[in-house]
Design a protein around this ligand. Sequence first.
Ligand SMILES: Cc1cc2nc3c(=O)[nH]c(=O)nc-3n(C[C@H](O)[C@H](O)[C@H](O)COP(=O)(O)OP(=O)(O)OC[C@H]3O[C@@H](n4cnc5c(N)ncnc54)[C@H](O)[C@@H]3O)c2cc1C
Length: 482
Amino acid sequence: MALDHAFLNAVRAALPSDALIEDEASRRTYECDGLTGRRSIPDLVIIPANADDVRAAVRLCHAHGVPFVARGAGTGLSGGSLPVAEGVVIGLSRLNQILEVDLVRGHVVVQPGVTNLAVTKAVSAAGWYYAPDPSSQQVCTIGGNVAENSGGAHCLKHGFTVNHVLSADVVLPDGELVTLSRDDTGPDLLGLFVGSEGTLGIVVSATLRLLRTPQAVRTWLAGFESTDKAGDAVSQIIGSGILPSAIEMMDALTIQAAEAVVSAGYPAGAGAVLLVEVDGPQIQVDDDSAAIEAICRSCGAFEMRAADTADERARLWKGRKSAFAAVGRISPNYYVQDGVVPRTKLPEVLRSIAALEVEHGLRIGNVFHAGDGNLHPLVLYDAAIEGQAELAERVAVKILDLCIAAGGSLTGEHGVGVDKACSMPKLFGADDLGVMLRVRDAIDPAGIANPGKVFPTPRLCGEVPGPYRVHPLESAGLADRF
Ligand SMILES: Cc1cc2nc3c(=O)[nH]c(=O)nc-3n(C[C@H](O)[C@H](O)[C@H](O)COP(=O)(O)OP(=O)(O)OC[C@H]3O[C@@H](n4cnc5c(N)ncnc54)[C@H](O)[C@@H]3O)c2cc1C
C-alpha cells in the first residue's frame, strides 16, 4: 500500500523533518524484529522525540485510517513490531529518558525507549533493582516489555512485567492520552494493556516498581545425565515449597554451544544442567540451599557447585545468557519457539521434542525457564538448503501442539504476534476469541493499532488471500457472532 499524499503532507506539516524516515533504504532497517524469517518494509517510519509527537502521529493515522505499529528495540521474537498490514512504524527509541527516581516510594518513571537494564543500573548503587530480566535486557525497551508482558529468568519468584508496572501513560488508537493505574477503581485496564502487544495503543511513560537488593544470593549449578532427571528435580524443588528466584535448564546441545563460547564451567558430558538461584535473608538462603542440594542429588545430580560471590555467579549465568547467541555459531539459522507446559510434564514433553528431532532430521536445543515450565526449543536449520526454513517452522508448530496437548499454552513470554496468531484457535474457541476481539474493538474500532497481530486473519493464516484492513471480527470469521 502506498500512503496517500494527503496523509503524507499532513505528517510532514505536523512533525519535524528529522522525525520522518521516508527513503526506502532507511525504512528497510525496520523490516524485521528478532523473528528474522519474516520481513515487511514499512511505508513510513516516524521517530517522535516526545509524547506530544507520538500523539500527533497517532491522531493523523486515525484521521486517515492508516495502520500504525509501535516499535521499541525490535528484539521481539514473534514478529510483533512488523508492519504486516503496511502503514507506519512509530519508533520509540528517542523517548529514552528516566524521568524520576523515587526511592522513598520505591519506583521509577521512565519513557518507553529506556532499556530494561538501564532501570536497574540507575538504582543499583542505592541497593534497588528492577526485577523482570529478559535475556535481551541490555537492548530491549520498557515499552516492548510492557507490550509483551515480558518475563525472564527471575520472574519465577517475582512475577512478570505486569506485576511491576504501577501505572502507564498511553496514547490510545485515536490519539487520546490516558493514564492507567493500579489504583484505578473499576476494571483493571492497566492489566488489560500490559501484554496487549501494541494492539491497544502506545505507552509513552511507565511507573515501575523497584525491589530491594536481597541480603544474600546463592546460585547452584547442578549437572545431570538427562533432561528427565533434571526435570524431575525441578518439580521436586517447587513441590517442596521452596520458591527459588530462578530455575533454568539447558540441554546437552546448548551446554556444548555455550561452553565453546564462554567457558562457563558447565560439567563435561552432562545431558542437562540446572541453574537454581535463591535469594533473600541469609538464613533463608542457607536453608533453601541445603534442601535444593539434597533434592538435586536425590534426583541424580552428579555434580553440584554453589556460587556465592557476584563474580562466580556471573560466570555461571554467562553460559545461560549467551546460549542463544552461542547456538548461532553452530547453525546458520534457528527458530526460537516459546511454549509453556505444566512443570510436571517437562520430562515427557522434552522426550517428545527429541522424537521430533529424529523424525524430521533437524537438531533441536533446549534452554529455558524450567521453574515455570516455559520452554524455548531452538530448531536449528540452514536457510540456504531449500525447504529447511519451512520444515523448521513446521517442527516449531508441532512443538507448540505438544505444549497445548500437555495442558500448557502457546506463549510464555514472547507473545503471539504474527508468528502464532494462526495457532490461537488451537487454544481458544470462537467464543473466547470473539470476546477478546470485542475488547479490542471497543478501544480500537478502526483496527489501526498493530493490525494482523495476535488474532488469526485469513491472509496471515494462508486461508483466503485478501486485504488486512478488514474489521478484526470479520477477518476472524466472527462478525456474525456478536
Ligand atoms: C536474544 C533474545 C533473548 C530474549 N529473551 C527474552 C526473555 O528472556 N524473556 C522475554 O520475555 N523476552 C525475551 N526476548 C524477546 C524480546 O526481547 C521481548 O519481547 C522484549 O520485551 C521486546 O522489547 P523491544 O523493545 O525489542 O520491543 P519490539 O520488539 O520493538 O516490540 C515488541 C512488541 O511491543 C510493541 N511495542 C513496542 N514498544 C511499544 C510501546 N511503547 N507501546 C506499545 N507497544 C509497544 C510492538 O508493537 C511489538 O508488538 C528475547 C529476545 C532476544 C532476541
